[in-house]
Design a protein around this ligand. Structure first.
Ligand code: FES
Length: 255
């Protein structure tokens, strides 16, 4: 649906800004892993809407994290004030699925891709599930500070420069946490997701379908199945991530 949502709150999260909006019920029905297309200018500049994954979903509205102002559209969005109306289309795509018996959730992400996993984390905690988060970033400033996360989340980090943990620790963490987890959700670049795939293959050679889900790292410019910019190879053909995803079974993605 297309809707105007009202900006109700601005707050900080790590090095970024959170914009919380309220709008029609259909808008709030967004699930973790689904995305919204936001108009990011007063008229047609920039022409394309920006695809954003809410970091929080539910009755309190949708929250979006603006973690970089390098994009002119996101920079415009970051200057909106409480009370402003935002033009949104969504929810779009297929999000994460967690079965009731999946109680121990392992989240693995590169920091720039973390948004949909934060929404999933909130859902898992709200149903009294356990969450372990492993976050990788180029530098410590790009990580989420521990205080930004709910205390119930077990949080591990690594940075390329080693200032907040070595990236080699991904291997160690996955080796320890994969046997514990009964669900895994990942978000990151293709090379990062390939690395996670390899570890799952080595640790759990035949994971059941639905054990590991991932957000396909593709652009989502139209959200309507028209532009084909979001094609994803699942090994059984190419699929439009905005229609069949963007959340897929990680082990099916040909990255
Ligand atoms: S985003 Fe355009 S076809 Fe999927």
């Amino acid at each position: 649906m297309t809707a105007t949502a009202q900006l109700t709150e601005r707050s900080e999260l790590g090095h970024g800004l959170v914009l919380r909006v309220q709008g029609p019920r259909e808008l709030l029905a967004c699930r973790p892993g689904q995305f919204m297309l936001l108009r990011c200018g007063p008229a047609w500049t920039p022409y394309l809407r920006r695809a954003l994954f809410p970091v929080d979903v539910g009755d309190q509205g949708l929250a979006f994290w603006i973690d970089s102002l390098a994009d002119e559209g996101l920079a415009w969005l970051s200057r909106r004030r409480v009370g402003d109306g935002l033009d949104l289309i969504g929810p779009l795509g297929k999000g994460f699925t967690l079965q009731p018996q999946q109680r121990r959730l392992l989240l693995v992400a590169e920091a720039a891709y973390i948004a949909p996993l934060l929404a999933l984390m909130q859902v898992q905690l709200s149903r009294q599930g356990s969450v372990v988060l492993f976050l990788v970033a180029p530098t410590a400033t790009a990580l989420l500070p521990p205080g930004a996360l709910p205390p119930a989340v077990e949080y591990y980090t690594a940075t390329d420069d080693g200032a907040a943990g070595s990236v080699d620790e991904l291997e160690t963490l996955l080796a320890g946490a994969l046997p514990w987890a009964d669900a895994l959700a990942a978000a990151g670049s293709a090379s990062f997701l390939r690395r996670v795939q390899r570890h799952i293959d080595a640790t759990r050679p035949a994971p059941y379908r639905g054990f590991a889900q991932a957000v396909a790292p593709v652009p989502l410019p139209c959200g309507a199945g028209a532009c084909l910019a979001c094609l994803v190879d699942t090994g059984r053909g190419h699929h439009r991530a905005c229609q069949r995803g963007p959340v897929f079974d990680l082990m099916e993605l040909a990255l």
